[in-house]
Design a protein around this ligand. Structure first.
Ligand code: CU
Length: 191
């Protein structure tokens, strides 16, 4: 049983106590205390919902991870992301990355890594792998390099907010080939 069900059960239990007949002179006062408790439980339930309404995800580990090979930067954290239906995942992109969020049904085993190249999919995945969101390509990279843009920004340090209207399990990867090989993928559970 999840925390929401426990809390809902608690509310009904307390409400039942509050409605039970009392002969005590303090009935009104007791009802007020019980109502205060119910209000606090409801606030707690509301907080649980809010936690998953807008979720922050690190797409790349940050600006202090530069090193040869830079494998420490090739992660999506957390690996399993949970968000409410109609919620938003805010990908904080740090470095040279490209987000691809696949539609529900696409699984990790379907991703084919080409023998060479900077990106897995150029310019985008085939129709057999439907995409929920195709992200922005970061400026720079090997010559001739990707030109900078301002709207939307393709700065190596940016936020890409992605909405999830429908429930399901969504695979998200970095389209940069060596990053994916280093394990730069995660799952988004929308419920
Ligand atoms: Cu990457």
């Amino acid at each position: 049983m999840d925390r929401r069900k426990v809390s809902t059960g608690l509310i009904w239990g307390v409400a039942a106590l509050g409605l039970a007949p009392h002969r005590s002179w303090a009935q009104g006062s007791t009802k007020e205390k019980l109502q205060g408790f119910v209000d606090r439980v409801q606030e707690h339930v509301h907080d649980i919902d809010n936690d998953r309404a807008s979720v922050t995800v690190s797409f790349g580990a940050g600006l202090n991870t530069a090193q040869p090979g830079n494998a420490a930067n090739h992660h999506i954290l957390p690996r399993e992301i949970k968000v409410n239906k109609a919620g938003v995942v805010n990908f904080v992109v740090a470095g040279f990355h490209q987000i691809i969020v696949f539609a529900p049904g696409v699984v990790l085993g379907q991703i084919v890594v080409p023998p060479a190249g900077l990106f897995l999919y150029e310019p985008a995945p085939p129709s057999a792998l439907p995409v929920h969101y195709l992200g922005i390509r970061t400026t720079g990279g090997p010559p001739p390099g990707i030109a900078p843009t301002s709207d939307p920004s393709n700065s190596p340090n940016r936020v890409e907010s992605v909405s999830f209207a429908n429930p399901g399990s969504y695979l998200v990867i970095c389209n940069v080939r060596p990053h994916f090989i280093d394990g730069m993928w995660a799952t988004i559970k929308v419920s």
